[in-house]
Design a protein around this ligand. Sequence first.
Ligand code: SF4
Ligand code: SF4
Length: 340
Amino acid sequence: MAVSPKKLGHRAIAGQGARMKRSDVFRAWGKILRGRKPFLSLEITRECPLRCPGCYAYEPEHLGAAGPLRQLADLANEALIAGVLSLVRRFRPLHLSIVGGEPLVRYRELDFLLPKILGMGVEVQLVTSAVRRIPLPWRDLPNLHIVVSVDGLPPEHDVRRAPATYERILKSIAGHRIIVHCTITRQQVQRPGYFSEFAAFWSGQEEVRKIWFSLFTPQQGDHSAERLSPQDRVTIVAALANLRARFPKIDMPQAVLEGFLHPPASPQECVFAQTTACLSADLATRVEPCQFGGDPVCAECGCMASAGFASIAKYKLAGVVPVSGIFAFSKDIGRHFKAA
Ligand code: SF4
Ligand code: SF4
């Protein structure tokens, strides 16, 4: 199966919307009322040893007027540690998503940062290609979720992701308990049994505790072979719903699957985008309108977090008022208080 070289980033996934508890909704709501975004996503470095064809992080439009990611200032050592801690103190997020480039490029700084940030009561998700060994002491850090991006089965993945091949990933994750994440493309849908084969392989690895799927999210003007049709989405949702029974490590709540079928129409309607601050490698440039950057087609969004939030947004507190309405109203109040 040929996969054309188009925008499958490992960087932009986040699971906080997928498993958000009712107590988290209230904590997030409290932050919004105080004029804050409760979730933070950091592109901790612009560097990545991989050159995945068409990675959207390195597309010229990713950071808009700020220019290409590779030209942005990149911090390391004490400057990175101080910068990240300062941001966490400023935003005081409930959840921090660390992406790249490749975050493991900064594993020494993360060795220091992760226990500090977790000690501040922030849940952390680190998204990596697992191109290098994940430091073993991280295994024992509570509330750290390591997400390894795998772009399909070896014939496709190993071509795109070399040197982070299946063989390398299996060595890198040894001794850990990780989450595998796959972005589904049209080519995968067209090959019968693809998801089942993928789920069987990763379910069989003791280091894997969960398997997540997102759907390919196109940018405006993208006519690539990866782009999913509306019927593809229906097929995928049905397939994943069935596979959950056979492979319990697949962690795709019904709310997320339903969210895939009804993505937000615009960033303004996207609870995930509205509640998450995304910053790039200089720790100052905003990634907008969401972690994808550029000009994504929201109506075809396949982000798992956005789908999870979309379903939470429809959830009615006390059975009466939808969470989306409360969040939107509270955002206005929060803005007002911040400005006052
Ligand atoms: S591994 Fe690097 S090049 Fe590949 S998708 Fe991730 S950030 Fe882009
Ligand atoms: S719906 Fe739009 S703004 Fe929200 S995550 Fe998807 S692409 Fe980004």
